[in-house]
Each structure stands twice: as structure tokens, then as C-alpha cells.
Write a new protein. Structure first.
Length: 542
């Protein structure tokens, strides 16, 4: 699948991080890990808690959920002709008058009930939970002493990350944070642009003109909008007079940011470092998700990874329990962090543990998907989880949250559907490792980012996935067979099956093992549209 400009920027951002000659704000850390790939790949091993957990849920929640108009709103509302621009113009006003910063006082979170949400996610089988610490809009959802643009002072006026962290740990869940803000200093540049066409053509948007002095008497009194919008790094030049020309300009410069090492921005890099370090120190996460290719801000990302690993060892009596994820990590570096695949997966078992991240809708809440029933089904999510886990991966699922802090009833129904299946079969997924074969069946699985297809699962009962736990093979059908017979071809060629059971039920199922496979008669009382997980025991299976 080809990746468009928007997807490329999402994957990369500071994507050529390893090539960026940035201004690292940290000295070499004291500890086992040093900030270089040789040290990370030579000493890191993904912790067992992560490999055992298999399934996490993510609250990808920021002020960009307030308009309910989809992802990347804070950037695309400044691109004339886009859906976000048109929505903003109609709902709030022209971007020269009402910029994205005006969404923060509208982010009230008045219906946020994190206790209810985490109870739901725990019931749905999530073993870890991830909170969005900051997005590309450069606003911190925690008590940041290095960024006054944060949720304890404006918007919800609450420590969102701290609240999630406390409640997740009370429920025995590992806690993760996602950090996307290394993108901000180039991602936000359209806020310094202008309409190329129409009655206000050439009039610069709010970021171009606003200063700290303009806040006197306003809700943002004392704040500097330039600190939020990051300054004029590469604003659209004067003289562009058509939307197509503006799009071409942005297209060209997006390629520059992703194909050439951008000039360093030492002040931004230092600030990002201090904010990330404080996030680690104050909330002690088990995982940091970096929304970057390989590393954010180049050497600075390596500094922060080594710092996090060493702190984790300090917190856990010499054991490194930390996980750092990034995208499109070169194979030679995948021993040093956990590679993440956005809205995609792998076509076979991977040597190193990985994570697939996806969402049941858009990353930021999108009312349009609610209106047209555009969410993933529970079956799609479960089949993805089985496929990913069979290949040595974990699944991180985002459930979009509205600006008021709630999820809608259709999202809740999807999560409840996941919960029903997971309460019966999740024990057959947790703690497993890849078998000799990931799976079989007529439906091919794709490789790479952004290839997950439709919201409905493409798999059928003829598609199966395998995992192992101890001496047993755990076998899953990705659908329910019409004749109630689950067929596993590979289990006719390996070992001698002695017993087949359903998780949580000691009663053996009727089976027949031949050279052509293992056929298991499924109880009709368990019939469902998603499929079944079975525990297969015997000699020589694993």
C-alpha cells in the first residue's frame, strides 16, 4: 500500500532521527545503558511482562477531539480546502481569528470517568494501558514544569496522565505513555500560513501575529502562543495564490523533512528533553511510545531511551522493565527497542517482539464515523490480536474519546463485544510465545504500515493461528465453522495429540488426528461469530 504525504509525516516526523545532528540536552547517563545503538542492542531484552501481556488499550485523547472531526485537526484546520479547515470555518470561525489554541478552553472533560473506562478496558482483557502525554499540538496532558501549555492549567485543569496512571496501577495494569511532540516544530508550520484563495487570501493565520502581550485579559494571560506553535521554522512563503500550489508546496516540504536531515532546533530539543525526562521521573511508566521513525530528534531520542532504561533498572532492583517503541526501526536495531507497526502487521513470525497499534476509528474522535457506523468490529480486533500474537507481537488498541471525556455507545458496544470473547479465551493468549508456524488458511496477511484493510475481518474459520505455552499448542480459529468442526492442518504433521480443551473447562473435546490435520468437534453452546481458542496437549507438539 502506498503511503501518502500525511501518513509519511505521521510515521517520520523527525523520522530521520538517526541522521539529525541535534542539540542533545543530556550528558551520557550513569548506568548500564549508554545512548547509542551498540549499547541498546547489546544489552536490551523486551521484559516478560510485555511479552506476556499481548493486549493493551490506549486513550489517544487531546483537545483535537473537541471538534469531533478526526485526526490531525490542529494542523489541517490551517490547510484551506481540507475537511478540518471547512469544519473550523463553519463552526468556530476563520483561522486568522480563531486558531487551534482556542480549542483548549473548550476541552472541558466534564464527562470524563476514568474509573468506568479503566474498569471496562480491564474487563475487555487489556493487561496494559497507555495514556497520550502529548500530541503534535505540543500541549502536555500532565503537570509539566517545562511547558505552561498543559492540562493542569488549562482545558481540563487536571493531571490527566497522573490520574490514568494511579487508576491503572490500582487495577494491576502496566502503564504506558505516548509522546508525539517531537513533531511539533515542523508539523505546526501551517498555523503560520494563510488562505491562498478567497476573500481573506494572503492574510496570515493566528500563529503569525500572536505574542504573549496579546494575552492580557484573555484566558491565556501570561502564556506565549509562540511557545505552543513553536515559532516560524518553515512558514509558507508569500505569493502563493491557489490551493493546488499551496498543497504542492506542503508536499515538497514534507518530503524535505522526511528525506533530508532538517536543521537542528536546539531550544526546542532542550525543552522536549526536559519535558520527557520529567514525564519519566514523575510517572515512572513501564512503556514509552515514541511516534517516530527509529528515534525522536535523533541523538536526543537515544539519550532518552538510555535514561529510561537505566531509571527502570534503578526502580526495579537491577531489572530493566522498560519498553520503548518506535516505528520502521531498521532490522539491525530491533534488538534495542520494540518496533511498532501502525495500522498494519507482519506476514510471518518476527525474531524480536513487536507491537501493532491501531484504533477502532480515527485516532482523534470523529463524529462522522459514529454517524455511518464506521468502527472496527469486535471480531476484527480479536482476529488482529490473534494474528499479531502468533507472530511475536502485542496489540495496542485505541478507543477514541470525545472532548468531554466520554466514549459513545457504539464504541462501548465494540469494547463489550471484545470483553465477552476475551473473558472466555484470553487466557489462551496471555503468556504465549510463537510456535513453529504462525498460522494457516486461505487469507493472506499483509506486511507493513497502513494495510489493515476494512473494519470487517477478512478471515474465515478456515484461517487459524497458533501459539505455544509450555508443552501445549494453543490453536485459534478466526471464525466459527459451519459444521462445528475446527480444522488445524499443521497439527496432523507434528506430535501426537492426547487432549484438547477449551480454556477454563477441563472437559476434553472430541478430536481426530490424521496425517491431514487435527479436527476438533466444537460445542455448539460456545458458538459465536468470532471464533474459538483451544488448548492442544500431547507429546512432541511444542
Amino acid at each position: 500500500m502506498s503511503i501518502d504525504r500525511r501518513q509519511l509525516l505521521a510515521m517520520g516526523g523527525m523520522g530521520l532521527g538517526s541522521q539529525l545532528v541535534g542539540a542533545s540536552a543530556m550528558a551520557a547517563p550513569q548506568g548500564v545503558f549508554q545512548p547509542n545503538w551498540a549499547s541498546l542492542t547489546g544489552g536490551y531484552q523486551a521484559p516478560d511482562w510485555f511479552r506476556d501481556a499481548k493486549f493493551g488499550i490506549w486513550a489517544h485523547w487531546s483537545a483535537q477531539c473537541v471538534p469531533e472531526a478526526g485526526d490531525w485537526y490542529a494542523r489541517e484546520m490551517y490547510l484551506q480546502g481540507t475537511r478540518a479547515y471547512n469544519h473550523h470555518l463553519k463552526t468556530y470561525g476563520h483561522p486568522s481569528d480563531v486558531g487551534f489554541m482556542q480549542m483548549y478552553p473548550r476541552w472541558t472533560a466534564e464527562r470524563w470517568n476514568p474509573v468506568d473506562l479503566l474498569d471496562l478496558y480491564k474487563r475487555a482483557g487489556a493487561r496494559y494501558f497507555m495514556a497520550l502525554a502529548n500530541h503534535h499540538d505540543n500541549f502536555d496532558s500532565y503537570a509539566s514544569s517545562h511547558n505552561p501549555w498543559n492540562s493542569t492549567r488549562y482545558g481540563p485543569r487536571r493531571d490527566i496522565v497522573g490520574t490514568w496512571e494511579k487508576l491503572a496501577r490500582e487495577r494491576g495494569m502496566r502503564f504506558a505513555v505516548s509522546n508525539h511532540s517531537a513533531h511539533a516544530w515542523h508539523w505546526y508550520q501551517p498555523a503560520y500560513g494563510y488562505d491562498p484563495e478567497g476573500p481573506r487570501a494572503g492574510q496570515r493565520y493566528d500563529a503569525w501575529r500572536l505574542t504573549k502581550a496579546d494575552g492580557r485579559g484573555q484566558w491565556w494571560d501570561g502564556l506565549d502562543p509562540q511557545q505552543l506553535y513553536t515559532g516560524r521554522t518553515m512558514p509558507m512563503p508569500d505569493g502563493i495564490r491557489s490551493i493546488s500550489a499551496a498543497n504542492a508546496w506542503h508536499e515538497k516540504n514534507d518530503r524535505v523533512w522526511n528525506e533530508e536531515a532538517p536543521a537542528s532546533n536546539p531550544a526546542f530539543t532542550r525543552n522536549w528533553t526536559n519535558r520527557c525526562k520529567e514525564l519519566i521521573d514523575n510517572y515512572r511508566p513501564d512503556m514509552i511510545y515514541f511516534d517516530n521513525m527509529a528515534m525522536p530528534l535523533g541523538q536526543t531520542g537515544l539519550d532518552m531511551t538510555a535514561y529510561f532504561y537505566n531509571k527502570s533498572m534503578e526502580w526495579h532492583g537491577g531489572r530493566n522493565e522498560a519498553v520503548v517503541t518506535a516505528k520502521s526501526t531498521p532490522e539491525k536495531w530491533r534488538a534495542g527497542i520494540v518496533d511498532d507497526v501502525e495500522r498494519g502487521g507482519h506476514d510471518d513470525i518476527q525474531r524480536y517482539p513487536f507491537q501493532t497499534d491501531t484504533c477502532i476509528g480515527n485516532w482523534h474522535y470523529d463524529r462522522d464515523l459514529y454517524d455511518r457506523n464506521g468502527y472496527k468490529t469486535a471480531g476484527k480486533v480479536i482476529h488482529t490480536l490473534c494474528d499479531v500474537a502468533a507472530k511475536n507481537g502485542n496489540l495496542m488498541l485505541s478507543v477514541p474519546i470525545r472532548g468531554d471525556g466520554s466514549i459513545d455507545e457504539k464504541e462501548r458496544a465494540v469494547v463489550e463485544g471484545i470483553a465477552v470473547w476475551m473473558q472466555r479465551y484470553a487466557v489462551a493468549i496471555y503468556g504465549t510465545r510463537p510456535w513453529t508456524l504462525a498460522g494457516e488458511g486461505p487469507t493472506a496477511s499483509a506486511q507493513g504500515h497502513f494495510n489493515e484493510g476494512t473494519n470487517e475481518s477478512p478471515y474465515t474459520a478456515r484461517d487459524v493461528r497458533y501459539m505455544r505455552k509450555g508443552s501445549a499448542v494453543h490453536a485459534f480459529t478466526l471464525g466459527w465453522p459451519d459444521d462445528n468442526i475446527a480444522r488445524f492442518p499443521a497439527l496432523g504433521r507434528t506430535g501426537k495429540v492426547a487432549r484438547v480443551t477449551v480454556p477454563g473447562d477441563a472437559a476434553p473435546l472430541t478430536f481426530r488426528q490424521t496425517a491431514s490435520g487435527l479436527d476438533v468437534t466444537l460445542p455448539t453452546t460456545l458458538r459465536n461469530t468470532i471464533g474459538v481458542g483451544l488448548i492442544v496437549e500431547g507429546d512432541g507438539l511444542a
